[in-house]
Design a protein around this ligand. Structure first.
Ligand SMILES: O=C(O)C1=C[C@@H](OP(=O)(O)O)[C@@H](O)[C@H](O)C1
Ligand SMILES: C=C(OP(=O)(O)O)C(=O)O
Length: 443
């Protein structure tokens, strides 16, 4: 399933001060993993705060197709009765992962070392994205892969019945590659080692440990070395999903750029591997305080207090990119209102997300009067005192591009439109009512 096939044009307009409490949805990365680990464990996993965005709903459907019992009991409240590691059964029909890179890559990993066969598909955006980065290491376990030209979806995987242990260095900083290998490793006799030069989000490692897998991470001169003992037995666990810092970034950004705003965003994950945007905003001069810092379900969380702030441009170092990889579109919007230029370094991975996010942001910002420079792996946004607006951005089936331009228009001189806001449902279904509730003029 994917979102509506008919484009949904949307427009946002200069707004008065934004105020109130923004209850953003559950973390998307953790929601996918809770469903997948629930399906791979023995017993009943109770999940609260699950993101009910289309990406995650597609993963829930896939887990049911592989034999797990997945049930919804109320908003964000789900249970998964798992089949145990190695217990997946052949699905009927194709596993359609819609718009979700995380969904398809992690699920391919989870089934690649079991003796079943599955075919995966996705929407036009997902079908353009590179999959060899995951299927190459899965083939090293012994899985047989048939992909469309260029290693793209649709892909059929015949799982390895006798999988081999593996040590693998990820070629790019990617939690999806790391997680696919770790999930495949669960059903492999022996140790599975993933080496990543730069740390990426560590939700898989935290949750695998929580479900009883033997997993450890060491920092060596090679980078982060993660070792998982295979043929693991996972035991069902309750999972309380914290609120998503990547979704929180949109109301936070809106409050920073709309004069007079002051909002509270409670219960947001402050996992250090996800915190790069917030580090950057503080450097830019943002008035953000982190209150009631606490631990919830194995993840650090805090309540964010955000006030409108005069900002200055900064240079974001390449080694911070992984910890804010999904936040560059909204950072480029914030940067348009900062004094001076903001340089984003080491962001080549943005070119293979739901869209080429460097290109999509650059063209959309230019259409709204902002000067942007780009290279293959960097983007520079020139801030201005008054951002003209008045343009329409093309979203290319990319939820973060759509939400970023909706935020832009709240502080521009003229309204800002997007050609299609439909993809927003993949990660933040209540984005429009939530923003309207804070006083944003969009629709
Ligand atoms: O593992 C995950 O949950 C994610 C990893 C990141 O992708 P990459 O692994 O491709 O960097 C991120 O962009 C995506 O939104 C979620
Ligand atoms: C890149 C993203 O997601 P995915 O890779 O799961 O499609 C995102 O949500 O910004």
């Amino acid at each position: 399933m994917s979102h509506s096939d008919q484009p949904i044009p949307m427009t946002s307009r200069r707004s008065g001060p934004l105020t109130g409490i923004a209850q953003v949805p559950g973390d998307k990365s953790i929601s996918h993993r809770a469903l997948i680990l629930g399906a791979l464990s023995v017993g009943e996993t109770k999940i609260t705060g699950l993101l009910e965005g289309q990406d995650v709903l597609d993963t829930a459907k896939a887990m049911a197709a592989f034999g797990a019992k997945v049930e919804r009991h109320g908003p964000g409240e789900w249970t998964v009765n798992g089949v145990g590691v190695g217990g997946f059964s052949d699905p009927e029909g194709v596993i359609d992962c819609g718009n979700s890179g995380t969904g398809v890559r992690l699920i391919m990993g989870a089934m690649a070392t079991t003796g079943i066969t599955a075919t995966f598909s996705g929407d036009a955006s997902l079908s353009r994205r590179p999959m060899a980065r995951v299927t190459d290491p899965l083939a090293l376990f012994g899985a047989q892969i048939t992909a469309r030209e260029g290693g793209r979806l649709p892909i059929t995987i015949r799982g390895a019945a006798d999988p081999l242990p593996l040590t693998y260095r990820t070629p790019v900083a990617s939690a999806q590659i790391k997680s696919a290998i770790l999930l495949a490793g669960l059903n492999v006799p022996g140790d599975i080692v993933v080496i990543e030069a730069e740390a990426t989000r560590d939700h898989s490692e935290r949750m695998l440990a929580g479900f009883g897998a033997r997993i450890r991470t060491e920092t060596t001169e090679e980078g982060h070395v993660i070792t998982l003992s295979g043929r693991a037995e996972l035991t069902a666990q309750p999972v309380a999903v914290p609120r998503d810092p990547s979704s929180a970034a949109f109301p936070v950004a809106a409050a920073l750029i709309v004069p007079g705003s002051q909002i509270r965003v409670p219960g947001v994950s402050r996992n250090p591997t996800r915190d790069g945007l917030y580090t950057t905003l503080i450097e830019m001069g943002a008035d953000i305080t982190f209150e009631n810092q606490r631990d919830e379900g194995g993840e650090p969380v805090a309540d964010l207090m955000v006030r409108h702030s005069p900002l200055k441009g900064v240079s974001v170092p390449a080694d911070r990119a992984a910890s804010m990889i999904d936040e560059f579109p909204i950072l480029s919007v914030i940067a348009a209102f900062a004094e001076g230029k903001t340089v984003m370094n080491g962001v080549a991975e943005l070119r293979v997300k739901e869209s080429d996010r460097i290109d999509a942001m650059a063209r959309g910002l230019e259409a709204n009067g902002v000067t942007v420079e780009e290279t293959s792996d960097s983007m520079t946004v020139h801030g201005m005192a008054k951002v003209p607006g008045g343009g329409t951005a093309v979203t290319h089936l990319d939820h973060r591009i759509a939400m970023s331009f909706m935020v832009l228009g709240l502080a521009t001189e003229q309204p800002v439109s997007v050609d299609d806001g439909g993809p927003i449902v993949t990660s933040f279904p209540d984005f429009m009512p939530l923003m309207q509730g804070l006083g944003a003029d969009l629709g």
